[in-house]
Ligand binder design. Sequence first.
Ligand code: T1G
Ligand code: NAD
Length: 695
Amino acid sequence: MTKITESVDLDRRGHVAVLTVNNPPVNALSRHVRQGLHDGLKQAAADTAVHAVVITCAGRTFIAGADITEFGKPPAEPSLHAVLDLIEGCPKPVVAAVHGTALGGGLEVALACHYRVGVKAARFGLPEVKLGLLPGAGGTQRLPRVVGAPKALQMIVSGDPIGADEALAHGLIDEIVEGDLAAAGVAFADKVLREKRPLRKIRDLGDKIAAARGEPEIFTEFRKSVARQTRGFRAPENCIKAVEAAVTLPFDEGLKRERELFLELLDSPESKAQRYFFFAEREAAKVPDVPADTPAREIRKAAVIGAGTMGGGIAMNFANAGIPVTVVEVAPDALDRGLGIVRRNYEATASRGRITPADVEKRMALIQGTTDWNAIADADIVIEAVFEEMPIKKEVFARLDAIAKPDAVLATNTSTLDVNEIASATRRPESVIGTHFFSPANVMRLLENVRGARSSKTTVATAMAVGRRIGKVPVLVGVCYGFVGNRMLHQRGLQAEKLILEGALPHQVDKVLTDFGFPMGPFAMGDLAGLDVGWRIRKGRGVKSPVADRICELGRFGQKTGAGYFRYDKGDRTPIPDPDVEKIITEVAAEQSIVRRHIGDEEIRERLLYPMVNEGAKILEEKIAIRASDIDVIWVYGYGWPVYRGGPMFWADAIGLRALRDRMLAFKKQTGDAFWTPAPLLDRLADAGKGFLGG
Ligand code: T1G
Ligand code: NAD
């Protein structure tokens, strides 16, 4: 075994040279890996005793792509292109032996090889679009030549990997192998030599792309089919153009076109935001004083109290992860209603072909409904999702304290209430934590875990681990009113109500945020979540929101009642502006002697988003959030902040905190409203010319 570089070893097995990449944690193509492959290949090519080469990786995965931490830095030789040319141009067969994930530049390395084998569990993908990029090392030119243009479009624009079976079916790999991977790679190389198979260079393959030549509708139809989910993203269109180039241009010209399209994206604000977010999401999983090896409770059985809007969705998450879950309700009719919605949701998913009817039954079988509280005595975690009223919450937790097993984690899904006060209703506050899901709970990926003053490290570790296990992105926050997300949302809501009183209309305000990239605006979002939830909270706190209160007094709770700020046709979720609401708004404005005026979109955007950022600064000062990037993860996964804008704190840094702070002061001067007072942290950073994310 020869060490070519710190991360690449060269070994000889008979006439086959084996190049092994070992660059933990995911064998990214850092400069020393590229150097190692480059020099190792040269060595193997020059060695007359070597008749073939296998490229494989140590550790948990094949190469997971270019080293994202190197982006934005001056390019270092050898380039990946140079390495791939060496692989494809090698006069001896080169075989890629894949396990784990061959992603991005990793799949491009495999595509430059003459043959590819993979283990059954291997996955293959080009996820660059998720970083606001495109496969920039020949992936957009080689993949279509193997799997055809339509499949390549689907893989490159979705960024989602495919499994080994599908890869084999599409000719992306030549064989699924078992046992020791390097040995299997060598055996395959020996077979290639024995059978005198040609050096199959994908650059020379033409039949699959020929099939798409003269069929521009493939691209037109594809653009139409992805228009909705790619709205606002820059990278998908460049990905499509690059695949078009693969079909219409000779290989080397296509490669040049790919390069142009890649460089356009590399410096784009969207890709910078999405690359920032890649690391922000991974940082959010880390809790400084709760090391990754802190023992978490094993969750074999779960329970949910309340089968309402949230309880049902929460139960589905556990069933989806194969964990049996018991749902407790006050009465059989409430239970039937709640579990009926759960079954209909599963059947709707099955009707769209995402799960099978058998899956529906399997998951429903994991969800047991009851009104008997003793049924939850053996649950490892209990999540409460009953009405948002403190007395009811405390009564429920006192009862849980009496029934639940000693080491159970007791969690509350409250959206605003004091988790410490809820915990005080038990004799085991160290086992109590907030697990704040977002509506619809079986869909939204964010889980805001709320650490109480007495929550133990094991309880925190368990809540974070459970979150990942049920497919959520858990972020840990502290106890305060509305935690992080709802607390910032509240500031936006206050301004949204003022904006419609002063002259804007709900659909105009919503359009400003949907143009910004949100899936919906504040008013349509209120209608989705149910205006009664906010009304119940306001009444509980003795605060008023004149327009919203008046709408609720009319029984207009949003989508669930067919009308809220907007009205909805039966079975349709499209918000329709309603003159009745405009009438309510103008009446309330008149009662408050507000002279309505034209308000421009720029002002609407600033007044909705700057107060959120300002509240984010206060949240950081109070250490309710561990880091600024956690706030961004919360807003992207919980509230639909467009990922290509990074999140509110990243976005604020991009605008410049001084400019943002000065606009707030301008609004303060204009309105005389202390609401616009910049947070001390914002002021300090603005004066220092710094940002929330350092720099
Ligand atoms: N570069 C640098 N660091 C990376 C990395 C990468 N490509 N991938 C992962 N990491 C770090 C990550 O930050 C974390 O660090 C640790 O590895 C474990 O990751 C030319 C332009 C492979 C499926 O987009 O999807 O190739 O937090 O927690 O859940 O065309 O990582 O421990 O310090 O995510 O098991 C394209 C990105 C690059 C794949 C493993 N490739 N990675 O998931 O672990 S662009 C990607 C992933 C490119 C070429 C272009 C996942 C994974 P830390 P993890 P995991
Ligand atoms: P909901 O009114 O739809 O459901 C509450 C359910 O709890 C009802 O079915 C009720 O019968 C049941 N219930 C009440 N008291 C009970 C008891 N003692 N034992 C068993 N069941 C009982 O309310 P929801 O929207 O699901 O909200 C539930 C909790 O989740 C609240 O704390 C809310 O703030 C929070 N939350 C709501 C949302 C949202 O968007 N709706 C989002 C996040 C968090």
